[in-house]
Write a protein that binds this ligand. Structure first.
Ligand code: BGC
Length: 736
């Protein structure tokens, strides 16, 4: 019954779209393939003329709902065919209510929460008339120098796949037709995160096998989850810019994955094809992009200028255009825009409502990762403290805690750490605030002496350090990823004053903390936590909740180790802790030799400062009794793997239990560990739970030497634990 009606819907959609296309002239068709930027523009006569002429399929960057409604009205009532518009906007981590940056959300490892966050973002954006967003960003990010690591879900394809699919579901809801659902866009297809030296827009070279086994995985998951659209990457991938890359856009996306949504370019990325040196002129760029499968051009105007001429010259088949238009119209139909293109803001929840703020607070709380807690300094007890010194450039910076690319974020909603701490401890505890630096980049140390002396009078020093919002995100890459400005010096000065130092770092990327970690007694890494960051930080500092975040990326000891990620290959000479030679221990005039040497750096070894999956808790989780329900599994069967986790601490807390495997032999080499599952559990003190994972042999598939998916018989190792360095180990074999 259900199938019959689904089939009927598809037929009706196809009929509707086909009959509309039959009425369109070539210019109107091409109009649907053009998205124009209307940032800050009132409804000018020129824009009106373009809308009425049917030259526009979508606009980007208008969020004044009255204007959006008026723009829709002109498109619908004054154009010949009355086709409504897609209203695009980047809603990356919230709209008015700002959630933690995506890398922070990833640290929660909480699918439900990521979905809930996307839902509140969609509801808020929809209130402004937005019906299409350019998120999630699914680029695997293994280089913290890259500013857009902030927008990513980190280094691991499995985690990024799970969270990306959750975000798609949150934006799109049960049905795109529902009030408050907006279309998602999986971006940037593909490989954008691998830009050379972490410089945004720089070239990417990724072997096909690595592309398939790592970089494409989250996109496949998003497509499977029903993502309505896909955006191409700015990057040049193996010599063919992604916006002209038929291998990616036709072979993989459409033929192999059966993607039926549409593909949009990135901003001006069709025009960039000429700059890349792939085409000689804009007409050539329009041709390459359209032929490769880019259905809509964002911002630049090569489609508007050249597609008609290319068809007339016989260089481009009109059927390519018809297919693109059909895909775009299908989304408009699915969103219900033909029935009602207008937005009634009052029919949607208010901005910054209680539910939105609660989701933002919980997400921020669960995104924070505790990296150090010497002498169990945390949590603080507000009852026994007399005074707290709050120090640093990010303690009371309502805008900076929001993070990158939040054009609509309302910093008036922000609760800063200083505000939240004051509220939490009440009038009994003296809170002394010293900003000490004008910005996180400030190099002026003049105030440090006096601040150290004054702060040293308090019982404890809370430092709010890190990066301002503008130091990460698109086009904001750093070669040096230490704390910027004179912050490390501020830490040293305050440490010398003799009081315990608790640092809370707000940043858009993993930072190298090697030069300060020994001076700091306790460390919470809070990313850019968004609107409710202050409350979330205070929730953890004072023990109302235990930290539960786990790193979605490895933190290098030194920037020279980059890229450093847990799921690397073994190499022929894998390093080990007991075979490291340190640069200081090499004799003068040493004889040249490589014997006994392995894949490490003389000055930094091979380990990160903090590994993927790591994060401390106020509880003490102990893992035991790892077992598989069988030693041998046959193709098509499911293996049940379990371990006992007990909370041997004294407070209730959430733990993210992680399952890793290693496929010991493959026809292409396999990573030393791969995340294959995770479960979040909450345990009371003294409680033990048996956590079980069902691993199907399909979960062991990978792309082999011939780039086909394969499951190979052989030996596998298994670990369950609280980080990618989990020690509890067992194994099984897969037999044909
Ligand atoms: C970014 C995209 C974004 C687009 C629209 C581009 O510069 O790369 O991720 O969606 O702008 O704002």
């Amino acid at each position: 019954m259900e199938n019959t009606s689904a089939l009927q819907l598809v037929r009706e959609t196809d009929d509707f779209v086909a009959s509309l296309i039959a009425q369109m002239d070539l210019a109107e068709k091409i109009g649907q393939m053009c998205q124009i930027d209307v940032a800050g523009e009132a409804l000018s006569e020129e824009l009106k003329a373009r809308l009425s002429a049917g030259e526009v399929g979508s606009i980007i960057n208008q969020v004044d709902v009255e204007l959006v409604n008026e723009i829709q009205r002109v498109a619908v009532e004054e154009s010949r065919l009355g086709i409504p518009l897609l209203i695009g906007r980047d809603v990356i981590h919230g709209f008015k209510t700002v959630l933690p940056i995506p890398i922070g959300q990833a640290a929660s490892w909480n699918r439900d929460l990521v979905e809930a966050g996307a839902r509140i973002s969609a509801l808020e954006a929809a209130r402004a008339g937005v019906n299409w967003t350019f998120a999630p960003m699914l680029d695997i990010a293994r280089d913290p120098r890259w500013g857009r690591v902030a927008e990513s879900f980190g280094e691991d394809p499995f985690l990024a796949s799970m969270l990306g699919a959750a975000m798609v579901s949150g934006f799109q809801g049960q049905s795109l037709r529902d009030n408050g659902s907006i279309a998602a866009c999986a971006k940037h297809f593909a490989g954008y995160g691998a830009a050379e030296s972490g410089r945004d827009y720089a070239t990417t070279n990724i072997p096909e096998n690595e592309l398939r086994n790592v970089y494409l995985q989250p996109f496949h998951a998003a497509v499977t989850a029903g993502a309505a659209t896909v955006m191409t990457s700015f990057g040049d991938l193996n010599g063919i810019p992604c916006t002209a890359n038929g291998f990616l856009l036709r072979q993989i996306l459409r033929e192999e994955w059966g993607f039926s949504g549409f593909v949009v370019s990135d901003w001006d990325s069709v025009f960039h094809l000429k700059v890349h040196g792939l085409t000689a002129d804009d007409a050539g760029s329009a041709l390459e992009a359209a032929q490769a499968g880019v259905d809509m051009e964002m911002a630049s105007t090569t489609y508007k200028q050249y597609l008609a001429q290319l068809v007339e010259q016989g260089k481009l088949s009109e059927s390519v255009i018809d297919q693109a238009v059909a895909r775009i119209l299908r989304l408009k139909l699915a969103l219900g825009l033909f029935e009602n293109p207008y937005t009634e803001p009052e029919a949607l929840p208010a901005y910054g409502n209680r539910q939105a703020l609660d989701v933002a607070r919980q997400t921020a709380r669960e995104s924070i990762v505790m990296l150090k807690n010497a002498e169990t300094l945390l949590p603080l007890s507000a009852n026994t403290l007399r005074s707290i010194a709050v120090v640093g450039p990010l303690a009371d910076a309502p805008y900076e805690q929001l993070g990158t690319w939040i054009f609509d974020g309302d910093s008036a909603l922000s609760v800063t750490p200083l505000e939240a701490i004051r509220r939490r401890v009440g009038p009994e505890v003296e809170v002394n605030f010293f900003q000490a630096m004008a910005t996180s980049r400030d190099r002026n140390t003049d105030a440090f002496e006096a601040v150290a002396e004054a702060a040293g009078q308090s019982d404890v020093v809370l430092m709010f350090l890190g990066e301002e919002s503008i130091l990460s995100g698109e086009a904001h890459c750093r070669a040096d990823i230490n704390l910027p400005g004179a912050q490390a010096e501020l830490v040293r000065k305050l440490k010398a004053a003799g009081k315990p130092i608790i640092a809370v770092i707000l940043a858009g990327r993993p930072l190298t903390l090697t030069n300060v970690i020994d001076e700091i007694d306790a460390l919470l890494f809070a990313w850019h936590p968004g609107t409710m960051g202050g409350e979330a930080i205070s929730d953890l500092l004072f023990g109302d909740f235990s930290p539960s975040g786990k790193l979605p990326v490895s933190f290098p000891r030194h920037v020279g180790q980059v890229p450093i990620y847990y799921n690397h290959k073994n190499s022929g000479k894998p390093p080990s802790d007991d075979a490291i030679v340190h640069i200081d221990d090499i004799d003068a005039n040493a004889t040249q030799t490589s014997l006994g040497m392995t894949a490490f750096h003389l000055d930094e070894g091979f380990r990160p400062l903090f590994p993927f999956g790591f994060g401390l808790s106020y509880a003490d989780f102990v893992y035991a009794n790892l077992s598989c329900d069988k030693q041998q599994v046959r193709l098509g069967e499911t293996l049940r793997i379990s371990a006992e986790v007990s909370n041997q601490g004294s407070c209730k807390a959430i733990e993210t239990v992680q399952l890793y495997i290693r496929d010991l032999v493959g026809n292409v080499t396999r990573p030393v560990r791969e995340l294959k599952g995770f479960r979040r559990i909450e345990l009371e003190p003294g409680q033990t739970e048996t956590v079980t994972f069902d691993l199907h042999t399909d979960d062991l598939a990978f792309f082999g030497r011939d780039q086909q998916r394969v499951i190979e018989a052989g030996e596998f190792r298994v670990w369950i634990g609280g980080s990618s360095e989990a020690e509890l180990e067992t194994g099984f074999s897969l037999i044909d």
